[in-house]
Each structure stands twice: as structure tokens, then as C-alpha cells.
Design a protein around this ligand. Structure first.
Ligand code: G6P
Length: 465
């Protein structure tokens, strides 16, 4: 069996790459290297040529195509990131729909299907990723592709009631029936997605599979994980080698404690609300001033989308205001760094932070939460503060679970985390570590691919352990 992975963005790895925190790219590369095969998608380049280019790296062929400027505008910036992204993250108020964007989205899916269909072999298993490519299987089926095709939805799936606000949502949801398996992160996502198929498209659900017309589609939750052991080793090595950002951070902190947040600069991540919560913590607990700092690493993302440009401005403004109000001449409470760091540097930073603040307003899974746990020193671990609206909260109940809309609650959780006795930190860490280890990235790909191949999986429905 050859594995064919399709995702919007394909980054061909080189030796000196810099990865942003967590996310899809890192997880998928690890999956493909284990199975061998083909990875198809957008090169990240915008140009007129649009030729398909192939590059071999080990046992993986990367086949990439460029987008035209109009395609990038309509398919990527428009429908994917101004309509689907906000609505799937329950942000109706930020959802901007244009018919021309939707047409562009369908057009790119059609073109991808045309280019990909020529490369498919009879024994290939095709695994399509994320919201940019929902109709791709339907387009492939139209071209006669009969292979097993799976879809994994990395972001949340909202309720039918929310999704119907999106024009053409029923048509879009209906294209999911072209898949043999649809995977989502949590049971709530699975329930919502099945509801959409039943309520918007009239599908039948027998408790395991959705039937629509002649097709049967399995819908299941597969919570994505990380390579825990590799990340743990990276963190341990990073501390030994004292990689530059880590040493510099430590020197600049002195005896002060570190609270860390690492996210793409995205409104779903709750960065502004998190800064406000840290400010609230310092106001409620003035004795902590000067003793602790928040480092927020936020590599810029989708900056051509107006809502992201606004977040960029807002986060600077809030951090600037809080620093001016609460800082001292020799202490800056909040540092926001808007650039990407290597995974090694991040692993070291996580390990030296007493608190990991992962407080998205809504998130499919959130791999930073798992990376933070994996990076800890088992003898003296830090504490994870985690939003109940991250998919990860369904598994990581031993974190301090918070409602990111409640600034006071997050502020008090920071206080609790900083004051937590070592014995309790170790107990919570051990419980969390066990879970992320039992449901790592290799577990995830194995479960998904076994289910896609139609083989029995360990559990009737794959449940988070
Ligand atoms: C999320 C999505 C991915 C996406 C990533 C980065 O993790 O689930 O599909 O690739 O964000 O966003 P970008 O728009 O830069 O690809």
C-alpha cells in the first residue's frame, strides 16, 4: 500500500528548516516518513506558471503546484480563511462570505483533483487533510478514482445550527459523502459533523456510519498527538546544549519565573485575552510583580487577511499598555515575540517555563499543549494551564482547565500554577505524560490508516485513551 497525503500547504523539508510551533506540517511529515509515498499540495508559491514539480526526499515524493494570485485570494485567503476558518471556530461575527471566493475554492479543488488523479495508482490509499480540501474526494470520484479516500479535519466542527449560516453549507457538507472515512479530533466534533450530514443533507446514521445516496462514510474521532519521545529528547538536549534563545532567555530572566505561550498569531488562540489575564494576575497579586514574566511567541500568520492584521495591531497595543501600566524600570512583565523559532529552541523554552499557557478560544486539538508536557523535566515539571475549548482538554484533564473568556479564572490559574507544590506538579505531569505517550503521532496515524483500510481498529470507535 502506498500512502498519498494531500494538504493545502506542502513544505519540502531541507536540512536547516525552521518549523513553527506544532501544527499540521510537523505531524504529517513524521507520518509519511514512516509509510513512504506521495505528498501533494500547494507549494506556497504564487505565480502564473502553475506547473507541477516533484522532489524526492528519502521515501517520500513531494509533488507541488503553485496557485495563481486570483486562486490565492479566493480559495486560500477568501473562502478557506475568511469563511470556513472563523465559522468552524464558532466565530460567526468574523465570518466573511463571498460567492466568488466559494467559486475559487471549488475551482482549486477541481484543479487539484485533475492534477492528482494522473498520479494515483490502483493500490494507493489517499489521505486528504483539512478544511481547504473538503470537496477534493468528490472531485476525484467524478474523475473515476475508486481508491479508499479518507479526510481528516484538523480544526473544530461546529454545530449544524452554526454552520447553516454559511451559504452553500449543505452542498459542501454533502461532498463529505465521497470519503470512506472522515476523522475529526473529538467526539463533540464527530457528533456535530454527523448532525450536519443528517440535518442538512438528509443522510441516515446507524451509530457507526453515515449513509447518503449509495455511499457509506464512517465518521470517528482520532485525537492527534505528537512524537512524545522525540520531543522529550529534543527538550533535554536543548537544555544541555543551551541553544542561544534559551540561554539568552534564562540570562534575561535571572531568578524570575517564566510563563510561556506559543501560538500562530491567530484570533482563535486567545492571545489578546491571555495577555489581559496575565495583566489581571499581576493586578490581583502585586507581590508577584517583578518575580515572573510572560513570554508570548507568536509567529505571524495569514497577515493578508484583515482580521489577522487587526489582531497583530491589537496584541501590540495590549502588551504595550500592560507593560507601561505594570512594568518597572528593571522589569518588563510581557514580551511578545512575533517570529518563528526552531523546534529545538521551543522545546528548551517550554522546559524552562514554570507555566505553559495554552488558552485558545477554540482549537481543534492544540499540539503546543502536548509539546509543553513532553518537554518538562520529570523531576521538576511545570504546570499546563489549558482552555476547555481546546480539543486537547478532552484528554488532558489533569491540566488546570480554564475558560479563556473568564479573565479572572485564567489569572487565578496562573497563580495556582506558580504556587503549586512540587509533589502535585509531579503527579499531574505523570498523568498527562502517560496520556500523550499512549496517544502519540504514531498511534494516531496507525489508528487512522487501519480504519481507512477498513481493517478492524483496537476499539470499536477510536476513543481518546
Ligand atoms: C492550522 C490548520 C492547518 C494550517 C495551519 C497554518 O493548523 O489546521 O491546515 O496549515 O493552521 O496555517 P496556514 O494558513 O499558514 O497554512
Amino acid at each position: 500500500m502506498r500512502l498519498v497525503v494531500v494538504s493545502n500547504r506542502v513544505t519540502i523539508p531541507d536540512r536547516h528548516e525552521k518549523a513553527t510551533a506544532g501544527g499540521l506540517a510537523v505531524a504529517l511529515r513524521e507520518a509519511l516518513e514512516r509509510h513512504g509515498g506521495l505528498w501533494f499540495g500547494w507549494s506556497g508559491v504564487v505565480g502564473a506558471a502553475r506547473q507541477l514539480r516533484e522532489t524526492q526526499r528519502g521515501n517520500v515524493t513531494y509533488a507541488v503546484t503553485d496557485l495563481s494570485e486570483a486562486e490565492r485570494e479566493s480559495y486560500y485567503l477568501g473562502f478557506s480563511n475568511r469563511a470556513l476558518w472563523p465559522i468552524m471556530h464558532y466565530r460567526l461575527g468574523l465570518t466573511e462570505f463571498q460567492r466568488s471566493d466559494y467559486m475559487g475554492y471549488l475551482g482549486v479543488n477541481r484543479r487539484f483533483a485533475r492534477e492528482l488523479a494522473g498520479m494515483i495508482r490502483p493500490d494507493d490509499v489517499i489521505w486528504i487533510h483539512d478544511y481547504h480540501l473538503i470537496p477534493l474526494a468528490a472531485e476525484l470520484r467524478r474523475r473515476g478514482v475508486t481508491n479508499r479516500i479518507g479526510y481528516f479535519h484538523h480544526i473544530p466542527w461546529p454545530s449544524a445550527d452554526t454552520l447553516t449560516a454559511l451559504p452553500f453549507s449543505a452542498t459542501l457538507v454533502r461532498t463529505l459523502a465521497a470519503y470512506d472515512l472522515v476523522g475529526v479530533q473529538t467526539r463533540l466534533d464527530a457528533r456535530n459533523l454527523v448532525d450536519c450530514l443528517v440535518m442538512l443533507c438528509g443522510a441516515k446514521f446507524d451509530g457507526r456510519r453515515v449513509r447518503l445516496g449509495l455511499r457509506e462514510t464512517a465518521v470517528r474521532a482520532f485525537p492527534i498527538g505528537i512524537d512524545v519521545e522525540a520531543f522529550r529528547r529534543l527538550a533535554a538536549a536543548s537544555v544541555r546544549q543551551a541553544a542561544t534563545p534559551l540561554r539568552a532567555t534564562r540570562e534575561s530572566l535571572g531568578e524570575r519565573k517564566l510563563v510561556i505561550g506559543v501560538d500562530r498569531l491567530d484570533y482563535s488562540k486567545g492571545i489578546v485575552q491571555r495577555l489581559e489575564a496575565f495583566g489581571q494576575f499581576l493586578r490581583s497579586h502585586p507581590e508577584e510583580r517583578g518575580r515572573v514574566g510572560l513570554l508570548q511567541i507568536a509567529p505571524p500568520s495569514r497577515s493578508d487577511v484583515p482580521e489577522y492584521a487587526e489582531l497583530d495591531r491589537m496584541s501590540d497595543e495590549v502588551a504595550g499598555r500592560l507593560n507601561a501600566q505594570l512594568g518597572e524600570f528593571d522589569w518588563t512583565p510581557i514580551r511578545v515575540v512575533k517570529k518563528a523559532y526552531s523546534r529545538t529552541a521551543l522545546a528548551g523554552l517550554y522546559r524552562s517555563a514554570q507555566v505553559g499557557l495554552v488558552t485558545p478560544m477554540r482549537d481543534g486539538m492544540n499540539l503546543v499543549a502536548k509539546e509543553y508536557v513532553a518537554a518538562q523535566n520529570p523531576a521538576d515539571p511545570g504546570v499546563l494551564v489549558l482552555s476547555r475549548f481546546a480539543g486537547a482538554a478532552q484528554q488532558l484533564g489533569e491540566a488546570l482547565i480554564v475558560n479563556p473568556y473568564d479573565t479572572h479564572e485564567v489569572a487565578e490559574a496562573i497563580r495556582t500554577a506558580l504556587a503549586m507544590p512540587k509533589s502535585e506538579r509531579i503527579r499531574r505531569f505523570e498523568a498527562l505524560y502517560q496520556i500523550i505517550e499512549a496517544s502519540g503521532i504514531h498511534w494516531w496515524t496507525r489508528c487512522y490508516l487501519e480504519a481507512l483500510a477498513g481493517e478492524p481498529v483496537a476499539a470499536e470507535d477510536v476513543e481518546p485513551p
